[in-house]
Design a protein around this ligand. Structure first.
Ligand code: XMP
Length: 226
């Protein structure tokens, strides 16, 4: 399963850039993730108009890390403009933070996705020391999903073993950051998040098809179907 990260380069016409890729890719992927590069330039409102009525996963990647009341205001903005999932950091903790955000997400039927490890190397410096505690907190607040790195298979496997199967794992790090398509799913992820290896190329659709094909092959291999 594939989620496309729509992160336009700084010199792009952001709305046109998103609209073009969204229309091309939406029949073939399971969701889109919009982060700060687009949101800072044009805002949720304008982006929400383009993505209106989309029925897949629509993730607002703000990586929220604030006090609960303020995270709730940000999450509510995402919800108002049609997003159905939101990413927040786990290190802010439960009391007066994720307790409030998780409550709002339940009320609004927003899928809460918590970062328990990151795909870049620096995640090992601080964040990865707390992977189990973060995963436990994600379970405690009833998060719909967690983010874990495609780039570090052992961390990903450890997280899947720890959380069991009642929580979705979304794994960034495929393509530009080095992991091969399909490997994160083989290591326990439900979704692979891919950005630049699809969206920053000339042949967006062709590259998306290649990645989907590679995912299928890799998964067939690791599940012994090939
Ligand atoms: P690329 O272009 O590297 O894009 O395929 C990856 C996308 O995923 C985001 N990203 C992360 N988000 N935790 C997150 O919540 C992570 O560890 C992480 N690593 C990458 C990145 O912002 C981009 O949109």
């Amino acid at each position: 399963m594939l989620i496309v990260a729509l992160d336009p380069p700084y010199d792009a016409d952001v709305l046109k850039w998103i609209e073009y890729r969204y229309n091309l890719l939406k029949p073939y992927v399971q969701g889109f993730k919009i982060g700060l590069p687009a949101i800072l330039e044009v805002g949720f409102k304008a982006i929400g108009k383009i993505l209106k009525n989309y029925e897949g996963l629509l993730i607002a990647d703000l990586k929220l890390a604030d006090i609960g009341d303020i995270m709730c205001i940000s999450a509510e903005r995402a919800w108002i403009h049609g997003f159905n999932a939101i990413i927040a950091h786990t290190f802010v903790g439960y009391e007066q933070a994720l307790d409030k955000l998780s409550k709002l997400c339940r009320e609004r039927m927003l899928k809460l996705i918590l970062v328990v490890s990151m795909s870049h190397k620096g995640s090992a410096e601080f964040i990865d020391r707390h992977v189990e505690e973060f995963s436990e907190l994600a379970r405690k607040v009833g998060a719909w999903g967690i983010i874990a790195p495609a780039t570090r298979p052992n961390v990903l496997k450890r997280i899947r073993a720890f959380v069991g199967n009642n929580i979705k794992i979304l794994a960034p790090g495929i393509g530009t950051q080095g992991a091969e398509p399909g490997t994160a799913i083989c290591n326990g992820a439900d979704y692979e998040i891919v950005g630049r290896a699809i969206t920053h190329t000339e042949n967006v659709l062709e590259n998306a098809f290649k990645i989907i094909e590679q995912q299928k092959e890799e998964v067939a291999k690791c599940r012994g179907l090939q």
